[in-house]
Write a protein that binds this ligand. Structure first.
Ligand SMILES: Cc1cc2nc3c(=O)[nH]c(=O)nc-3n(C[C@H](O)[C@H](O)[C@H](O)COP(=O)(O)OP(=O)(O)OC[C@H]3O[C@@H](n4cnc5c(N)ncnc54)[C@H](O)[C@@H]3O)c2cc1C
Ligand code: FES
Length: 259
């Protein structure tokens, strides 16, 4: 874990409320693994007080990238930062996805869940991989071309049917699994809204496939000290910022509501 002042090389709108940020941070870029995140101090005057966590979306030798949605005060201020300004960041934090050397990977990204999965897609060496991207509507689909450029077979699901499969991404996943059949060795990686992750966990148990999910939780310290981000697991309470954000799907104890 490193703390550094990273220079903003680029910070611009991709579409709608979605932004892309490129930072010069060679020390973090060198260590980063898919699934890990950084915790960003948004302003020097601690307004907002807490750092904001963002997944590492891509890395190059000297740079790291984020893809983020401006949803509130912190990300709104971040979206107005200019090229040449500096951000105080801590990272890489958390654990990463596992990297099987063989078998078939299915990446399932709901909304902003594409952010860590593109980095994973770049690093996975397993062949014949599929990326499922879900969004409310066509204009909110992110990274379709980027996954295609990596050789992934991309399938889209939209809630309103404006592109691809009409319905939930978990229904599209069910269709893909049916086509593959139970004997195909596979690993599902998922990031997105909690109900989606909960359903994938249920499916992984029922249909007996391995799955890793990346959880989001409100964070205070981001480094395992405050216990503000714990989730219930079969091993007891675990910190999303330290033992996570990536968990084996079957590990999480889902409450009826919320988690
Ligand atoms: C490990 C991790 C990785 C993340 N990666 C990304 C990413 O790559 N791109 C991205 O756009 N977002 C990501 N997030 C979510 C991001 O951290 C929040 O959207 C951000 O902190 C919101 O800050 P804000 O001040 O703009 O919004 P706030 O004003 O704090 O809140 C606005 C809304 O966002 C919700 N929210 C705030 N923080 C979180 C959180 N940590 N998890 C879930 N919902 C939250 C609030 O409940 C509220 O509804 C990640 C979160 C975690 C924990
Ligand atoms: S945010 Fe403090 S322990 Fe996770």
């Amino acid at each position: 874990m490193l703390q550094t002042k990273a220079k903003i090389i680029d910070n611009k709108k991709v579409k709608g409320h979605y932004f892309h940020c490129l930072l010069l941070a060679p020390s973090i870029a060198k260590k980063a693994q898919p699934g890990e995140f950084v915790n960003i101090k948004i302003t020097d005057n601690y307004q907002p007080l807490l750092r904001r966590p963002l997944s590492i979306h891509r890395v190059d030798a000297k740079t790291i990238e984020f893809l983020y949605e401006a949803v509130g005060r912190g990300t709104e201020i971040l979206s107005r930062k200019k090229q040449g300004e500096y951000l105080d960041i801590i990272g890489p934090l958390g654990n990463g996805f596992s990297m099987p050397k063989s078998g078939h990977s299915i990446l399932v990204a709901g909304g902003m869940g594409v952010a860590p999965l593109l980095f994973l897609a770049e690093r996975l060496t397993a062949r014949k991989s599929i990326a499922l991207i879900g969004a409310r509507t066509k204009s909110e689909i992110l990274c379709e071309k980027e996954f295609q450029d990596l050789g992934y077979s991309v399938k889209i699901a939209t809630d309103d049917g404006s592109k691809g499969f009409k319905g939930r991404i978990t229904e599209l996943l069910r269709n893909v699994l049916q086509v593959q059949g139970p004997r195909q060795q596979k690993m599902v990686y998922a990031c997105g809204p909690r109900p989606m992750l909960k359903e994938i966990s249920r499916m992984s148990k029922k249909h007996k496939f391995s799955a890793e999910i990346s959880l989001e939780e409100h964070m205070a310290c981001g480094i395992g000290a405050c216990l503000g981000c714990v989730v219930g697991t079969k091993k007891g309470l675990q910190r999303v910022c330290k033992e996570g954000p990536v968990f084996t799907a079957g590990e999480i104890i889902w409450r009826e509501e919320g988690q």
